[in-house]
Write a protein that binds this ligand. Structure first.
Ligand SMILES: [Zn+2]
Length: 207
């Protein structure tokens, strides 16, 4: 979805969408989901890797127009109900520029109430996909990743791959981020699917 990824998982006879992109890509997102048969009614769930509006920008429309349930970790609840970004620290120049830009964006028009809350260790089996949610705070307090039984690891913004695989250069809590990253490094995964940039092999997971 432009500079932000959204991932569509097959879930039995339906689908789970992970992240939704910014609100500007609504038409593109909707037509992709319609053409794949996920809409109007086979989209069982939207899971947000975290509450930033570049990932949650189309939740309100999916909820209102198609009655799709949205799931998020409680730690990022206020971000999506208010549309206000959280203060973040950055350890790179790009990160500092992004923090400054993000602080200017407050989009209350896209705010919504989630339908479900995700917890650490939660299985997605009840939604038809053999995968587990892992709570990985750091980038935001409510950041999560999804590890599928096939070894696909969807990481949101905890790791990016803009030019090369890189740990989050924006974070709310650096020590929590480090703990989360060390948990991820210990997983048995095959491919990493970041929120920004192309998927990459797990053995290239950044240090
Ligand atoms: Zn992002």
């Amino acid at each position: 979805m432009g500079f932000v990824n959204a991932y569509l998982l097959q879930a039995g006879d339906g689908y789970i969408l992970v992240d939704t992109g910014i609100s500007d890509v609504w038409t593109k997102l909707e037509s992709e989901l319609l053409s794949r048969g996920a809409l109007p009614e086979r989209l069982k769930l939207v899971i947000l890797t975290h509450g930033d509006m570049d990932h949650s920008g189309n939740c309100k429309k999916l909820q209102q127009k198609y009655g799709v349930n949205i799931a998020i970790h409680q730690g990022d609840l206020d971000m999506v109900t208010t549309g206000k970004p959280r203060r973040r620290s950055a350890n790179t120049l790009t990160g500092r520029i992004m923090t400054w830009m993000a602080s200017k964006i407050s989009d209350a028009s896209g705010s919504f109430e989630p339908n479900l809350y995700l917890e650490d260790g939660q299985s997605l089996q009840e939604f038809g996909h053999d995968a587990t949610v892992i709570h990985t705070p750091g980038h935001t307090a409510g950041s999560i990743v999804i590890l599928t039984a096939e070894g696909d690891l969807i990481v949101g913004d905890t790791v990016s791959n803009r030019r090369k695989p890189k740990t989050a250069d924006l974070f709310e809590d650096e020590s929590e981020l480090k703990t989360s990253l060390s948990i991820l490094r210990g997983l048995n995964a095959k491919i990493v699917y970041p929120g920004h940039g192309k998927p990459f092999p797990f053995d290239q997971f950044p240090n």
